[in-house]
Ligand binder design. Structure first.
Ligand code: LRH
Ligand code: MN
Ligand code: MN
Length: 424
């Protein structure tokens, strides 16, 4: 299925009058609205190829209809999202869940949807078909050098595949760790992992970045070898200037102050990218902003402040990606909601009066600091986000347009009611 420009235009003209009223109102309050809108138009969030099907849990999976059955259909799905919001212009692949058969064909298909390839994700947390050695006791950390070599070779292969597709970064997330005290010598596991990462780093093209993603728990439940930002930063610093820490919002222990982590990583020039999601308990991978929108805003507040302090380009200098899976929602609707929540938080962060906040901080005026942040957070900026979409040719209300155009029903007609997306 393809969404035609005329269908988007129709949706927009149906909704124009009520949008205009809300936009005119908010515009009066925000003198810098034009600059904000341009930043929103430029901001793109990559969609992971594994978020397009229903993820399920270890207890079961209730597959939705019309799920993409192959990489081509996953690209088509992201093409639909991008048509609707013009903010999802990139795809992040997981190897080997999404190995292309014909690289040029996949590259062309992706470009025809106006998409580019974001970070490539390697996978040494599952044993793959035909694989000689098992990752049961880890991959890059493994006590057996042959297992480490196998995992290194996989990562280097993923870099090669990314090169063929036009990607320029590799995300390494390791499930490595231990489930029981005494199982692992922590220092040896760290050293093995570092040496393995160094070999992968050596194979990185000069204009590529390597993201070291950390996670506090799961699937190992006693220790994770890249368990927090401290460990990730140690690796990134030892590896060199092309290595960075990647923050996945769901990978912290409860109540971790993620905005502070972000601020310090930016200060060190070592924040590489983001995996957005939301959670109440841990790696729940729920829709971004669905539970803790204030936290999402506070994170963006630090991002904008820290990136501006270093003259960084918001749209280009960090990798922005959603990392979520869906058990009960239509994955495409869910992704539209996630992108919207991210855009809202970003807009609000752009509106913070930095000079006033800095002054209030210097004067220890805690009340004023809170007022400044919360006034912005409580401002309804949705019409600004919608205006940015309108100007970039997307739908004023992507979820409503998706439903009106009966996209899911069309996909079910095309692909069938019982389809299971590959991947997680
Ligand atoms: C691990 C993780 C990591 C993986 C993805 C599938 O929990 O966040 O980013 O690559 O999930
Ligand atoms: Mn992640
Ligand atoms: Mn995760």
């Amino acid at each position: 299925m393809l969404i035609e420009k005329s269908q988007i235009d129709q949706h927009n003209s149906d909704n124009q009058a009520s949008h205009q009223k809300r936009f005119d109102f908010i515009k009066l309050e925000i003198p810098q609205v034009e600059a904000v809108i341009q930043k929103l138009i430029d901001f793109q969030i990559a969609i992971p190829s594994w978020a397009l099907g229903t993820g399920g849990t270890r207890f079961g999976r209730f597959s939705g209809g019309g799920e993409p059955r192959n990489l081509e259909e996953k690209i088509a799905d992201i093409g639909l999202l991008h048509k609707l919001n013009q903010s999802s212009g990139a795809i992040s692949l997981h190897i080997p869940w999404d190995i292309p058969q014909d690289y040029d064909a996949i590259k062309n298909l992706t470009a025809s949807h106006g998409l580019r390839f974001d970070a490539m994700n390697s996978n040494t947390f599952q044993d793959q078909k035909g694989q000689e050695l098992s990752y049961k006791f880890g991959s890059l950390q493994h006590v057996n050098k042959a297992v480490r070599q196998q995992a290194i070779a996989h990562n280097i292969e993923v870099i090669q595949q990314g090169l063929a597709l036009g990607s320029d970064s590799l995300t390494v997330w390791l499930a490595d760790g231990s489930c029981f005290p005494g199982q692992l010598n922590f220092r040896k596991a760290f050293q093995n992992t570092l040496e393995s990462l160094q070999e992968i780093y050596a194979a990185l093209p000069k204009d590529w970045k390597m993201f070291v993603e950390y996670k506090a728990f799961e699937p190992n439940f006693y220790s994770m070898t890249v368990g927090d930002w401290g460990q990730s930063l140690l690796f990134a610093n030892k590896l060199g200037p092309q290595a960075y820490t990647l923050v996945d919002l769901g990978h912290h222990l409860p109540n971790a102050n993620i905005e502070q982590i972000v601020s310090l990583l930016l200060m060190e020039g070592k924040l590489g990218g983001f995996h957005f999601n939301d959670s109440k308990y841990g790696d729940d991978d729920l829709t971004a902003g669905s539970l803790k929108p204030y936290q999402l805003f506070l994170i963006f507040n630090e991002l904008v402040e820290g990136m501006d302090a270093k003259n960084m380009n918001h749209a280009k200098d960090l990798g922005w990606m959603i990392d979520a899976s869906h058990n009960v929602k239509d994955p495409l609707e869910d992704l539209l909601q996630s992108v919207e929540a991210i855009m809202i938080a970003y807009t609000q962060a752009l509106l913070v009066d930095r000079t006033a906040l800095q002054q209030a901080q210097e004067e220890n005026d805690t009340v004023k600091c809170q007022e400044l942040l919360q006034n912005v957070f409580r401002t309804d900026v949705r019409a600004i986000v919608a205006e940015a979409r309108l100007r970039s040719g997307a739908a004023l209300d992507p979820v409503a347009a998706y439903r009106k155009l009966a996209v899911r029903q069309e996909l079910i007609k095309e692909r069938g009611a019982v389809t299971v997306a590959t991947g997680l």
